[in-house]
Design a protein around this ligand. Structure first.
Ligand code: ADP
Ligand code: MG
Length: 730
């Protein structure tokens, strides 16, 4: 075995188990202990400041400077009592992960004395240099400076001795440079629009929160084996590797007993997450070997997004203590399931109602139908934007690859609700309804909760599925910041609900009918006009691809093309109308996403070329030389003819190696030329499309040949850990 690979395997196999540091106490004893939550606020804040912060959280009001000083002072006291020494504004730049710059509380005051200082000014605003974060050209047009501003709706927390304050990150000229700023605006927009619609049913509703429960999938790989794979280290996925003889075909991993080493890791990262107030609740093995999932209870969407960003960070940090590496990539291993991040989404009122949960009376069920059908209509009208919101280089491997929802956006609602919608469509007619019709409808609507009680329909192949009391957006990628999908979804829902309100009011005016009748009529129109997006069958099938095409649904398979939806006039004006993002901001984001895609593919292509030429080809040639020696030896011993006959197998392998090596050499050369051409393109959209169309096709050619070589080259000579070693070595 190559010494490199041998050392990696040896390191792995000789590992001592890592003791878990998870506490033995009850979770409820330490849950949220590192969060400046309501409990610690009550303890450390004056009543006035407490009320003010709570109002900001619940009603979105501003916190004035005087109160900010009080909050800062309380936060400092709390943080110092927990042993914190530093503070940071924690934000989510468009790199996709989180950023922080730590400052010490320590402040010299002369005469060799010092104090711990943290005031309202430092809490409310900081000025990190924006020029090193992606800004999509905003920096060129405007100024390089940016600032972070406190988001009081997400509580501060302590991680690694640092007080972290969740913030938005904006350019000095006001353009958002992060994920949080547009998300908060989209959540505000959906709140406003949903409250208006709720008033049709209940005047007491004054606030509607979008709720999000994500499910994070990931792989664990031993750190030594990970480090022996330059492709994993540099790109997060394996660019080569023949599938293992045993993969996931026995279905023996899903929900199986969690291996001890993985379980110890989970206990540790979950304990840390729970201390940070993240309500992680569920863990299980996923379909592929060494693939797992972690899911919390759902929370208000902004908080939930922060918690997901934090969890990814905590997982990575904890993993290295356990000599693991966490793979968050959407497709770390070919031929095996990839990882997603289902976004379970709903809307909740301040009166404690889940708007996507059918109630007990016809009235509450009409409310349910209203939000349910409006969601379908919104997704129907803006499917391309939703598709764009989940586009990234990694997710291109999942969507449409027969193991994840296809790139076609459709909605699954189950047979029972399909019947409800079909009946409504048939029964509601324009104009005034007869009393009989009304009674009929009420009865039908009244039956919804019973129907849903035994609605166990699940469709794993749908990108957007109704699951009883929420929708599950299943096409989100495992590395993604959920904000991108949540901003798009909540914006289109806001727009749709606003339209609905207008449509209902117009019918009440026009036809002089009661509110309920008007609602039914509008809903019926939506049922009809959004029917195309509903699909109950197998989303993985080829038939669906054909059927979707007939229906006129988009099937955009790759990122640079999918992202184009952001620049459609209707999308630009939608974001503008709700003051979520200006044109400049959307265009900048589009540019950043394209650039990110292009750079990822460029890195993958380089790594691929390097490994092919300086890792795999030399191994293959060394093996070929052994074969040549073997044949020469046989000829020396047996004579030319008999030697060749005896060495027939070696001779055929020698030829096969030569053919494959030559194909690889040529493909790497051609790929490099394609890259050069793409690099010369100025326009980012054209450039990333060139990477997609002209560079990526070589990946498959090169990989195919190398994976074949892996099967014939002597195992000792193979330079990188194989799939079976990474996926099954415990
Ligand atoms: P699965 O989808 O795997 O069958 P569940 O339906 O139990 O599992 O829940 C999955 C996720 O959905 C959990 O993270 C849960 O918190 C979340 N969830 C449940 N109700 C809501 C809701 N009203 N809004 C948002 N997320 C929710
Ligand atoms: Mg789920």
């Amino acid at each position: 075995m190559s010494t490199f690979r041998f050392r990696a395997l040896e390191a792995t196999l000789s590992r001592q188990p890592v003791e878990t540091t998870a506490p033995a106490e009850l979770i409820s004893d330490y849950f949220g202990e590192n969060v400046f939550n309501q409990k610690s606020m009550m303890e450390f804040l004056t009543e006035e400041a407490y009320e003010s912060v709570m109002e900001a959280i619940e009603q979105g009001t501003r916190i004035d400077r005087k109160i900010a000083d009080q909050v800062a002072s309380a936060m400092k006291a709390w943080a110092l009592s927990k042993g914190a020494t530093h503070y940071t504004h924690w934000f989510q730049p468009l790199t996709g992960r989180t950023a922080e710059k730590h400052d010490s509380f320590f402040d010299p005051v002369g005469n060799g004395r010092s104090i711990e200082r943290f005031e309202g000014d430092q809490l409310v605003q900081q000025e990190p240099d924006a020029s090193s974060f992606p800004n999509g050209g905003i920096r060129n047009t405007f100024e390089a400076r940016g600032y972070t501003a406190w988001d009081p709706t997400s509580p501060a927390f302590i991680m690694g001795g640092t007080l972290c304050i969740p913030t938005v990150f904006v350019a000095y000229t006001g353009e958002a440079l992060d994920y949080k700023a547009p998300l908060l605006k989209a959540l505000g927009a959906v709140d406003e629009a949903a409250v208006e619609v709720c008033k049709f049913f209940d005047k007491n509703v004054t606030k509607v929160n979008a709720t999000l429960g994500w499910e994070q999938e990931y792989f664990l790989v031993d750190a030594a084996l990970f480090n022996a794979r330059p492709d994993l280290v540099l790109t997060g996925r394996t660019l080569f590797g023949h599938s293992s003889s045993k993969g996931q075909q026995l279905d023996d991993h899903y929900f199986g007993s969690i291996p001890d080493r993985a379980a110890a890791f989970m206990r540790d990262f979950e304990a840390e997450a729970l201390r940070l107030g993240i309500p992680v609740k569920t863990r299980h093995n996923e379909v592929a070997p060494n693939q797992f999932e972690c899911a919390p209870l759902f929370e208000e969407a902004n908080l939930s997004v922060d918690h997901n960003q934090l969890v990814m960070d905590v997982m990575e940090k904890t993993a290295s203590r356990h000599n693991f590496r966490v793979l968050l990539h959407e497709k770390p291993f070919a031929g095996m399931n990839g990882s997603g991040k289902h976004n379970n989404w709903s809307l909740a009122t301040n009166t404690g109602v889940n708007l996507l949960s059918p109630g007990k009376t016809p009235k509450t069920n009409l409310r349910f139908l209203t939000f349910f059908i409006n969601t379908i209509k919104a997704v129907h009208d803006h499917a391309d934007l939703l598709r764009a919101s989940i586009a990234n280089a990694g997710n291109d491997h999942r969507l449409g690859a027969n193991e994840a929802p296809p790139a076609i956006i459709s909605i699954f609602i189950g047979s029972q609700l399909t019947k409800v919608l079909n009946d409504l469509e048939a029964e509601v007619k324009g104009g005034k309804m007869t009393p009989d019709q009304k009674t009929d409808l009420k009865l039908r609507v009244g039956r919804i909760p019973e129907i849903l009680l035994d609605n166990t329909d699940r469709n794993r192949t749908s990108p957007f599925a109704f699951t009883g009391n929420k929708f599950e957006f299943r096409a989100v990628g495992s590395t993604s910041n959920c904000s991108s999908a949540m901003t798009a979804l909540n914006t289109i829902i806001a727009k749709q609900l606003q339209t609905f309100k207008k449509d209902v009011d117009a019918i009440i005016q026009r036809d002089k009918v009661k509110k309920d009748e008007a609602i039914f009529q509008v809903l019926r129109e939506y049922i009809v006009s959004s029917k195309n997006i509903r699909f109950e069958g197998n989303g993985y099938s080829d038939d669906w691809v054909k059927e979707a095409e007939k229906r006129g649904l988009s099937n955009v398979k790759t990122t640079p093309y999918a992202l184009g939806a952001y620049l459609k006039e209707e999308v630009l004006s939608l974001f503008e109308e709700f003051n979520i993002m200006s044109r400049v901001e959307v265009e900048a984001r589009h540019e950043i996403n394209l650039e990110n895609y292009q750079m990822k593919i460029q890195i993958e292509s380089r790594v691929m070329g390097d490994l092919a030429i300086n890792h795999f080809l030399p191994s293959a040639l060394r093996y070929q030389n052994q074969l040549i020696e073997n044949v020469q030896g046989l000829i020396a011993v047996l004579g030319e003819e008999a030697g060749r006959e005896a060495g027939a197998a070696s001779i055929s392998l020698i030829k096969e190696v030569s053919e494959r090596v030559n194909t690889i050499r040529k493909a790497v050369h051609d790929m490099t030329e394609a890259r050069k051409k793409a690099n010369a393109i100025e326009d980012m959209e054209a450039k990333s499309k060139s990477y997609c169309d002209a560079v990526i096709p070589f990946f498959e050619i090169i990989r195919y040949e190398i994976d074949k070589l892996e099967l014939i080259v002597e195992d000792d000579l193979w330079p990188l850990p194989k799939y079976r070693e990474m996926l099954f070595t415990r």
